[in-house]
Design a protein around this ligand. Structure first.
Ligand code: V47
Ligand code: SF4
Length: 382
């Protein structure tokens, strides 16, 4: 590429930004990895425009002009939970069961059958943790889904659920994951990561699987030849150092396994949970966070803007700040975020809406499957 004096990269390097920031920019433009301290410096000292140029550079190198989405829907088997994470607006504690739901295998199968004539490629299954939804429950569920619709990709359960289920079944993680895979599990979503720093994790998500357990389950799953995603819950009581620490642990594991597909920053929403007094961060901070993630996680293929959580407008804006994936059509099948105060109270987008949203910022929409194989490229002019 020939850089002119008006090219954003040249402008950054010839600008009045501090030598520290220019040194980080030079590293990024040379394809070099930035350090922990440089990541923290970006959060503390870099303004949005600067981060956008760097993040866009990295995104373009990885995905060109492509922005991905899929045809998916969620199933939330229960919103009752033995845990009580302070940020969770969704779970109804076992003692408040009357406000909760607990679906049976057949009820879930009926939901899945409701999509028989629709071109969905993925079902995303996750929810609360209850004793009844154990190893036998999920293996029966996965087998029945595969018997009914073998090509539907099952992206299900997080280390929070696995740890509880396998402990109850007296199985090692290796044994348990092998059984789940044999029953039909295809990949793992990124949930339950929250924030890896122990002190903050204990305060907001005490009692559920630890950081080491979360990372270990993903490592074992990758070692078996499979893929997964990773999330980070941000914008609550964590510091910038905690965010970089979180991403650093993921970057290290990804160096080892290469099994993560996407990193998904999840903005803390404060409606009707124990942390309602904690203000939500601004949209500017959301965009800065996407950009730092894209720059720091140089070994993650994709950064996902989960539009059901941040709203379609911010998700669209984020496409110029490092993200290259908008998740999917969702079809109004998740309650986790609407209950926590997302502006998307009934999250549902048609293919045409997703395509238009992506095209209107000059990018090429690509429908993908869960593993990022291209299903359809929408490169015709609007
Ligand atoms: O781990 C719960 C988050 C996550 C709140 O892998 C909240 O493709 C913000 O992981 N404010 C579960 N976040 C969802 C998840 C996910 C979503 C979309 C795609 C994928 C994927 C994974 O939801 C939980 C937690 O971090 N969450 N409550 C809240 N009040
Ligand atoms: Fe349960 Fe998950 Fe909510 Fe925590 S975030 S209370 S583990 S449903």
């Amino acid at each position: 590429m020939i850089l002119t004096e008006h090219h954003p990269q040249t402008l950054i390097l010839n600008s009045s930004y501090s030598p520290k920031l220019k040194a980080i920019a030079t590293k990024v433009f040379n394809g070099e990895r930035i350090t922990f301290d440089e990541g923290v410096t970006l959060y503390k000292e870099a303004e949005l425009g600067f981060l956008g140029v760097l993040a866009n550079y990295v995104r373009e190198k990885k995905s060109g002009n492509y922005v991905y989405f899929n045809h998916n829907f969620h199933v939330e088997p229960t919103n009752v939970c033995v845990y009580s994470c302070a940020f969770c607006s969704y779970s109804r504690l076992i003692k408040n069961r009357e406000e909760g739901w607990e679906l049976s295998v057949d009820q879930i199968l009926n939901i899945i059958k409701g999509y028989d004539n629709q071109p969905v490629t993925e079902v995303h299954i996750t929810g609360g943790v209850v004793p009844k939804q154990d190893l036998a429950f999920y293996t029966e569920l996965f087998r029945k889904i595969k018997a009914h619709r073998p090509d539907l990709h099952i992206k299900a359960l997080t280390p929070v659920e696995f740890h509880y289920i396998f402990k109850k079944a007296k199985l090692s993680y290796e044994e348990g994951l092998k059984i789940m895979k044999e029953a039909g599990l295809d990949s793992l979503p990124g949930g339950g990561a929250e924030i890896f720093d122990k002190d903050i994790r204990d305060k907001i998500a005490g009692g559920k699987c630890t950081t080491e357990e979360w990372l270990s389950i993903h490592e074992i799953w990758h070692g078996m030849g499979n893929h997964s995603n990773a999330t980070m819950l941000y914008g609550h009581i964590e510091t910038f150092e905690h965010r970089i620490d979180h991403m650093d642990r993921l970057r290290q594991l990804q160096d080892k396994t290469k099994g993560f597909n996407a990193f998904i920053p999840l903005k803390f929403r404060n409606k009707e949970n124990e942390m309602a007094h904690v203000p939500e961060v601004s949209v500017i901070e959301d965009l800065r966070n996407y950009a730092v993630a894209r720059i720091y996680l140089d070994n993650f293929p994709h950064i996902k803007a989960y539009w059901a959580m941040i709203g379609r407008n911010t998700a669209q804006l984020s496409l110029n700040f490092g993200t290259d994936d908008l998740d999917g059509t969702i079809d109004d099948t998740t309650k986790i975020y609407s209950m926590a105060g997302s502006e998307e109270q009934n999250p549902k987008l048609s293919t045409q809406e997703l395509v238009d949203l992506i095209k209107s910022v000059g990018k090429t929409p690509v429908q993908r499957d869960t593993l990022y194989n291209v299903v359809k490229e929408y490169n015709e002019v609007r």
